[in-house]
Design a protein around this ligand. Structure first.
Ligand code: NAP
Length: 286
């Protein structure tokens, strides 16, 4: 039975990146739909549910992508509401690569330090990737400083993560001011910089002055980088006593997780691969 992935993208043009990864993961056919809204879901999902017999439903799966993570979550809800009983197919959500990228970053940090009880800082934590990195660090038991240029946005991110991880230990931080950035960095062990492309978030002198720092990860691949002095290709490179990763250094692991999650979709017909499940898939690869 040929393996078919139905790509539901919230952007007008379905992501070519996600299509290429699907082909490289060995999927036979990718059916791509763009500008998908919850109103479009029912017929698209019925086409997946009612075409193959129960024993073959694990050969069809759904991938939800697109730049807008909130829109992606709404599609996921609409997709799962369309299923009933055993008549369903597996579904993965990775809008903007947020789940696979955050998983790769947190798993990289976990290789070098135990995260439980550890002080972590996520810079620019309000974006799709940053928010999921906060969620995964909190799930691992870290105390997470959630940084943004705006304290209000940082607090909103804390509220969203606390809803998903009730035990989360989170502190909202404003990092637009020098004083705010200094106190956010104080005594942290892990930093993940999840800022927009081409935005510097932490000067090198400030990073070097954090004596407790053991792992520094920058996800921004467009110069200037988020953590100045951490190179894009760094992969467990020691700099001033901290193990550093740049965006390409994390990118290889992200791709492995993305492909492994796509392959996992076709093992059973009733899986929902969200932030947490994708992280567990990544952890099993490590
Ligand atoms: P995003 O939504 O574009 O931006 C994240 C946050 O950056 C924003 O919420 C904002 O936080 C802050 N920001 C935006 N413009 C800024 C500015 N001019 N100055 C200071 N801060 C600014 O990013 P994302 O989609 O979550 O992705 C995060 C990073 O991961 C990006 O650099 C992306 O390219 C990268 N990425 C890497 C990989 C990989 O495999 N390495 C994969 C996917 C994504 P506040 O407004 O709250 O301050």
């Amino acid at each position: 039975m040929r393996r078919i992935l139905i790509q539901l993208d919230t952007d007008p043009h379905p992501s070519t990146f996600d299509r290429v990864v699907a082909v490289d993961a060995g999927i036979d056919e990718v059916f791509s739909y763009g500008a998908v809204t919850p109103q479009d879901i029912e017929p698209l999902v019925h086409g997946a549910m009612f075409t193959r017999g129960p024993q073959d439903l694990n050969s069809t799966a759904i991938f939800i992508g697109g730049a807008d993570v909130t829109a992606g979550e709404k599609l996921l809800e609409a997709v799962t509401e369309t299923f009933f009983g055993p008549v369903r197919v597996s579904v993965m959500v990775d809008s903007n690569g947020s789940n696979s990228t955050a998983a790769a970053a947190v798993l990289a940090a976990r290789k070098h330090v135990s995260l439980s009880g550890t002080g972590a800082l996520v810079l620019a934590a309000t974006g799709p990737v940053g928010q999921r990195a906060v969620q995964l660090l909190a799930m691992e038991g870290a105390s997470v400083r959630v940084a943004s240029r705006s304290l209000q946005r940082a607090k909103q991110t804390c509220d969203a993560v606390a809803a998903a991880v009730p035990s989360a230990r989170l502190t909202a931080c404003e990092t637009a001011s020098n004083g705010g950035l200094e106190s956010a960095c104080r005594d942290v062990v892990v930093i993940i910089a999840a800022g927009a492309a081409g935005v510097e978030l932490l000067p090198a002198e400030r990073r070097r002055s954090i004596r407790t720092l053991k792992v520094a990860i920058d996800l921004n691949a467009v110069p200037p980088f988020g953590l100045t002095g951490v190179e894009m290709t760094d992969r467990a490179v020691e700099r001033n006593g901290a193990i550093c990763y740049g965006a390409i250094g994390i990118g290889g692991r992200k791709m492995k997780i993305h492909k492994a999650a796509l392959q996992k979709l076709f093992e059973e017909n009733d899986q929902v691969l969200d932030t947490e499940v994708i992280y567990r898939i990544g952890a099993a690869l490590a």
